[in-house]
Ligand binder design. Structure first.
Ligand SMILES: Cc1ncc(COP(=O)(O)O)c(C=O)c1O
Length: 429
């Protein structure tokens, strides 16, 4: 760490990678579902870079397609390429709500593009997000419910605070918050001024809040409220897209957004993202007073060739079924471990992106419920897993991610390690 500190704030390239002076992980290499750190220690990885790895690290089918594109086509020219349309066709084959799309390079950029498009189409500024959601590191999405500082007392609600310094106060005025699955709040929000809302942006299965999920009834009510108010429903499928089902969360719910964002799994780790949806909405992008969107690296051939290969594999093979089957097996295993240790627990979310919550209450239905779970015990359990060669985020707001390469996992090894990790966590609790 010492050397890295001389060159980067916190010694890391991104704040969330700093886990402490002793704990920060430096990865030497990754293959399949295994990470090897710079001391040569191996970890079976359930963090998967915060979700983009859906097939496995260094998947040869994808890597070879990218190498071929670089050899034969180059990386970017600042012009359109013959790969643009096939990638969108591949997405449309899996996600029928998509009529038109544009590319981006990260989830953050995709969200920025989608929200600008929603505002351009509606002529409104206000955006509503759901408590506990995460939509990227840019100013107006960097306000959150202060769950750590909230007492949880009846009749109180968490304060809204910026992620940190440097967020302009003015950006707060553009964003409103809604608690997932709360029908009263939904009604109050829209009756207070639904016709001033440009977009409601949410992850129906919260990939940044332990996979706590919207009920189909609440999501349907939100869909209806948006349609009636002329507000855009923007579903952020950056984590769920091409992971929880081929058609993402929208396939599972049978409810469609006006605009959708995708990133992560669409490129198995290569930097590529996109947003799109209704053609009449997307067509607001254009010259002569329309929405402006783009960027030097937009539609670069590294990202597009990776995406085309990944989407083809996801469509034609059982990769997603394998990831889900392994996720179900891991949950069964964890369930036995927790029961053996007498730890009340609930699993949330789909098998390829599931959450674990230590609680005897009902399955958490929103971020405020998460506050009532025993997240310190989870964190202690997670650190003990990490020590024993199982990598995950030591925070129960980050789900467990599965990929096709977990097929090779030794489940009895995993269960033995998890049993020991829980025993130690309880002893020290
Ligand atoms: C739902 C969601 N949206 C947007 C983002 C931002 O994506 P990126 O980190 O690629 O900018 C993330 C990142 O984790 C995410 O989970």
């Amino acid at each position: 760490m010492g050397l890295a500190h001389q060159h980067m704030p916190q010694g890391v390239a991104e704040n969330y990678r700093y886990w402490g002076e002793e704990q920060t992980v430096f990865v030497q290499s990754a293959k399949g579902c295994v990470l090897t750190d710079c001391d040569g220690k191996e970890f079976v990885d359930f963090r998967l870079g915060y979700g983009p790895i859906i097939l496995g690290y260094r998947d040869e089918r994808v890597d070879e397609a990218v190498a071929k594109a670089m050899r034969e086509r180059g990386i970017l020219t600042g012009f359109s390429s013959p790969l643009d349309v096939p990638v969108i066709e591949a997405i449309k084959a899996l996600c029928p709500q998509i009529e038109k799309m544009r590319f981006a390079n990260s989830g953050t950029e995709a969200v920025m593009g989608a929200l600008r498009t929603a505002r351009g189409f509606t002529g409104r500024d206000r955006v509503v997000v759901v408590e506990g959601g995460f939509h990227g590191l840019y100013d107006e999405m960097m306000w959150k419910s202060d769950m750590e500082g909230w007492s949880g007392g009846p009749g109180t609600v968490p304060d809204i605070v910026p992620f940190g310094a440097g967020i302009p106060k003015g950006s707060r005025e553009l964003v409103d918050f809604l608690s997932l699955n709360d029908f009263d709040e939904l009604e109050a929000l829209f009756s207070r001024g639904g016709d001033t809302i440009a977009a409601v942006l949410l992850e129906p299965i919260m990939g940044n809040c332990g996979s706590i999920a919207a009920t189909p009834e609440w999501l349907q009510a939100l869909r209806q409220a948006c349609s009636q108010a002329g507000a855009m429903l923007v579903i952020d499928e950056v984590k769920t897209g091409f992971r929880v089902a081929r058609g993402g969360a929208q396939e599972l719910y049978g409810i469609t957004a006006d605009l959708t964002t995708y990133a992560k799994a669409m490129g198995n780790g290569y930097p590529v993202a996109c947003f799109g949806g209704r053609a009449d909405v997307m067509d607001v992008i254009g010259a002569g007073g329309g929405v402006v969107h783009g960027g030097t690296y937009t539609g670069n051939l590294v990202g597009l060739s990776a995406s085309l290969a990944t989407l083809e594999i996801l469509k034609e093979t059982d990769a997603l079924e394998v990831a889900a089957t392994m996720g179900a097996a891991i949950q069964a295993s964890l369930g036995r471990v927790f029961e053996g240790a007498g730890v009340a627990h609930r699993f949330t979310g789909p098998d390829a992106m599931f959450g674990v919550h230590f609680t005897a209450d009902e399955v958490p239905s929103n971020y405020r419920d998460w506050k009532r779970t025993d997240s310190p015990l989870y964190t202690a359990f997670a650190w003990n897993l990490i020590e024993r060669g199982v990598m995950l985020e030591p925070d129960s707001r980050e789900p467990w991610f599965l990929c096709e390469a977990h097929r090779a996992l030794d489940l009895s090894w995993f269960e033995a390690v998890a049993t020991e990790a829980m025993e130690v966590a309880l002893t020290k609790a």
